[in-house]
Design a binder for this molecule. Structure first.
Ligand code: ZN
Ligand code: ZN
Length: 258
């Protein structure tokens, strides 16, 4: 059994639970400690239950509540050494921190986690592949482009959280200043609906992928229905598509083979 519960996603904060029968992990802690605890309790969990919290990168919407979770609830934080160095202002130094290297396979309780390097304008940026009993869950958000390695790592994923940040027309016709538009659209910015759809379609053609949750949608440069439509149009065959919300948790999703 492998289950994921998206606690919330977007530039205002990201946090996602993944669990099997005996191990509970949090990926990213981008809300306040109190808000993460509140959202966890709403779905029947508590930060004290966490085996560990994996941090993708040092941006505030992914690390904001990490320090308090570690200090108040004794949660081990797992991050790349460069994330710790770059995130030092958001960490006091007294947290329980363990490091991982890129492409490292970690055993966390009874879950196996592989760190996957991603392209993003942070000191280090990581996606994760979580496996339990041959079922695979992929988590890729905050990436300007996908790499061949991303594809190879995720090729056996049964379910994925995948960034679909912006609609390119909305971004370029919108009100962001030019430098910010260029940053978002760059290879180390955020993933467009089109690029997300292309990646999902490629994975889907391999035949394993049962579903995706589109994540980190921009509130200014995207709309859930546009993201959904872009992916639906590009992907052949049946695939479950969910949209992560910023303001509230999603229903738990069982990750299983197609
Ligand atoms: Zn982010
Ligand atoms: Zn980021």
């Amino acid at each position: 059994m492998l289950e994921m519960i998206m606690l919330g996603s977007g530039s205002g904060g990201n946090a996602c639970l993944v669990r099997n029968e005996d191990t509970l992990l949090l990926i990213d802690a981008g809300f306040s400690g109190a808000e993460i605890r509140r959202r966890m309790e709403l779905v029947g969990y508590h930060p004290d239950d966490l085996e560990a919290c994996l941090i993708t990168h040092e941006h505030g919407d992914h690390i904001k509540g990490a320090s308090i979770l570690s200090k108040r609830h004794k949660v081990h934080l797992l991050m790349h050494p460069a994330t710790k160095r770059a995130g030092h202002r958001k960490l006091s130094g007294s947290e329980r921190i363990r490091h991982f290297e890129m492409n490292e396979v970690m055993q966390l309780g009874s879950l196996q986690v592989t760190s996957v390097p991603t392209l993003h304008d942070s000191a280090s940026s990581t996606g994760f592949l979580v496996e339990s009993d041959g079922v695979c869950f992929g988590y890729l958000t905050d990436l300007g482009a996908v790499t061949e390695d991303n594809f190879l790592k995720m090729r056996n994923a049964d379910f994925m959280v995948m960034e679909a940040n912006h609609d390119r027309d909305m971004l370029w016709n919108g009100h962001y200043p030019p430098h910010l538009k260029a940053r978002v659209d760059s290879r180390v910015g955020h993933l467009s609906n089109d690029d997300s759809a292309e990646f999902i379609a490629m994975l889907s053609e391999l035949g394993h992928l049962k579903g995706v949750m589109l994540a980190h949608l921009s509130e200014k440069n995207n709309k859930p229905e546009i993201a959904l439509e872009t992916v639906r149009k590009r992907v052949d065959g049946p695939i479950d598509i969910y949209i992560a919300q910023q303001g509230q948790s999603a229903e738990p999703i069982t990750v299983e083979k197609k």
